[in-house]
Structures are given as structure tokens and as C-alpha cells.
Design a protein around this ligand. Sequence first.
Ligand code: AMP
Length: 433
Amino acid sequence: MLFSDLKLAPAILRALETEGYTTPTPIQGEAIPVLLEGRDLMGCAQTGTGKTAAFCLPLLHHLAATAGKQHGKAPKALVLAPTRELAQQIADSLSAYGRHTGLYHTVVYGGVNQRPQVAKLRQGVDILVATPGRLLDLHQQGVVNLGEVRHLVLDEADRMLDMGFLPDIRRILKLMPTQRQTLLFSATISKEIKALAETLLQNPVEITVAPQVQTTKLIQQSLYFVDKEQKRDLLKHLLETEGIARALVFVKTKYGADRVAKALTANGVPAQAIHGDKSQGARQQALNQFKAHRTRVLVATDVAARGIDVDDLTHVFNFDLPMEPETYVHRIGRTGRAGASGVAISFCDADERNLLRAVQKQIDQEVPLVTDHPYALNLSPVTLVQTFESSKGKNGFSRKPKSSSYGRKPYGPKPGGNGSYGGPRKRYARSDA
Ligand code: AMP
């Protein structure tokens, strides 16, 4: 299937041509036709699947039909997103895909001066992208009218609930007409998400795209056992010896992010940290410099990194393993986008072995262990197969292990195999040896 088969407005197809998109991703192929029919949608999909275009293109299509003929300045479509970065990224996508439609959009989020946002709203917009808090603020000030919204999108709804936005979302819903098309996207479908969907969506089409771990076959994963105190040295060593031009490094805490960025910069590797304590301006600047290849390393916490979309990112480091195993999949999905290859390197110290176990269970795969590096820590491997001790049931009888990696081929190309990733050939230890 091609985009040209999708009956999108010619102005949108032209913009897609400029973007170099020819083939819809699976979620786009499934969602766009039903959204063009005006159906509600419940989409289970993560970043990296092309979900942004999956909802932006039909939105633009619906509104383009009436562009220029609309009266009033109130937005006709609202996209809610949990973070400033994601909101900005959606607005950037609307700029790209909607460049020939004559439609106006703007983005509002907290943490920055509201004056420019207010000025844009006063001029009138067709599509408004917003984080919930700032939107309510502006509504209370009488700056925005949601009474004409006919299309509503909730993006990363699970994240919005995690961040405590549910009461704000409920308040926002009361401000808009009930006659509308509603789309809800979430990476995970919990009981809370289901409950929210039931109150919001009418006879929705449900679309689930395969978890990213299956769509990221091109990501080469590797694991390094290392002492907590030597992680920074190992990171610097790998950046130097592996010829890594640019990397996104995930750390657990804001403080840790600052420490890693400072240490790298002090050692001649230009790095910047991005986390919730930094002002919006500082975060955007760090991101812009990274995108422009002026900063080699961006060190980020998970919340700050949500919504960061950097084209041609080749390397992701898990400096600290994530507390939630699903986060691992989100993190490594930042590389290997849209069919490109990528490398995901994870560090694991002695205290993180349980987190590693959870990650491996999540992806149903053992991450190949690299042992020949100067900071190698001698830990016993973490295997997918449960040991006799840990597989004992309550009454002392052993249970069959739930899954085993024996005989299963690891995802991703063989390390050093086809040369597509460059870098020296490494010795990989079998972690189930
Ligand atoms: P998303 O999941 O919306 O964050 O999109 C992931 C990345 O894929 C973004 O960098 C998009 O620009 C890119 N992308 C989205 N759809 C397509 C497509 N059909 N062809 C090529 N790249 C795409």
C-alpha cells in the first residue's frame, strides 16, 4: 500500500512527498482509512511506530476541506499530550504535513511565558496542541474557547494518567462538545486506560501495533557488567573506541544526568543533560544542539526524554537500567527508527541484576553480554531460564520455567556479522553458558 492509495487530500500527499514518505507504517495503513470515515479510535502503539502521522494526517485532511471557510477563531481540533517535548514534536509534524493545507495550528505548554502562546491563540487556530495544565490555565483566563472542537486526540494517554493529569483531562472534556471524533493512543492498555476509553470513545475501532521489540529487529543490543562507580569511565571509553558520533544516554535521576554530562564535558566529550528541573528553554536548546550535531551526547531521564524524536540517532545507552521493563523498549526504540539500524548498549551493576532479569523477561530474550572491556565486572550471568531455587513453588515443588531461550535465535543482526554497524568485532559471552 502507498500513501497515494489512501485518499488523502492532494495538499497532504504533496507534503508527504517532500518528507520522503511513500509507504504507510502498519498503524498508518490501518488507522488512516477508518479515521477518514470519522470513526473513533483506540490505538495501542508506542513512539517509533509512526503514530503521530497516523492521527495528524486524517486531522489535517478533515479540516483542510473547510480551510479558509471557517468562521471564528476557536480551534476545531485539540491534541492533548503529556509533555512539552511531545507536544512540540506533534506541532512540528503538523507543520511538516500541513504545510500546503492553509491550516493554522499552535502549541501551548507550561514552564514558559504564556504571552506568545496567547498572541497565537488570539489570531485564531484550526488545530491546538496542548499539555493539559497550561490549556486549563489559558481557558480560565478566557483566552481559549474549546466549544468548537470536533476532533480530539489524547496522545500517550497512559503517560498522562501516570503524571496525574486525569482530573485535568476530565475538566477539559466538559469544555468541549460531545459530538466529536475522539482518538486515544496509549503504549500500554491498563484498567484505567480502558475505563477512560469507555467514557470517551463511541464504538471505537481498536488497533494494536506489534510491540516495538518486534519492530526493532535492526537494533543491535549488548550488555556490559560494570561497577556503578565505573559507568562513566566505561561510557567515555565506548564513545571513544567505538567511534560513536552521537548518543542518547538514559539515566535514572536528574542528579545523575547532570553528573554524567559534566564528567563527559570535562573529559572533552561535549554533552548536555535534559531533565525536569531544567527550564523549558534550556531543554529545548539542549535538544536543538543535539539535533544540529553540536552536542555529541544528550543525557536524559525518561520523563524528559519522552517525546524526543531525533532522526538518524544511531546509539542509545542505558547508563542505568530502567525501573520499569517496558521503558527499556521505549528507550531503545529511539534508535533504529523507520527501518534504520541502531545500537542499544546497556550497563548493569551488581544492584541492577533484578532489573536486567525483568528487561530480559519483557523482551523474551537475553541481551548478549560483552566481556572484553577494561571495566568488566565479574558477575554471574542473568539468564531467562529460572534456576531450581527460584522456580520452587510455595510448597517447595518446582515449577516449569515459563520461557527458555534455548534454541531461540536472538533478535537483531549478529554482532559484528554483516558489518552494517561498523566498529570492532567483539567477543560476546553466551549468557546462558
Ligand atoms: P512516531 O512514532 O510518530 O514518533 O514516528 C516515528 C518516526 O518515523 C518519526 O521520525 C517520523 O518522522 C517517521 N515516520 C513516520 N511515518 C513514516 C513513514 N510512513 N515513512 C517513513 N518515516 C516515517
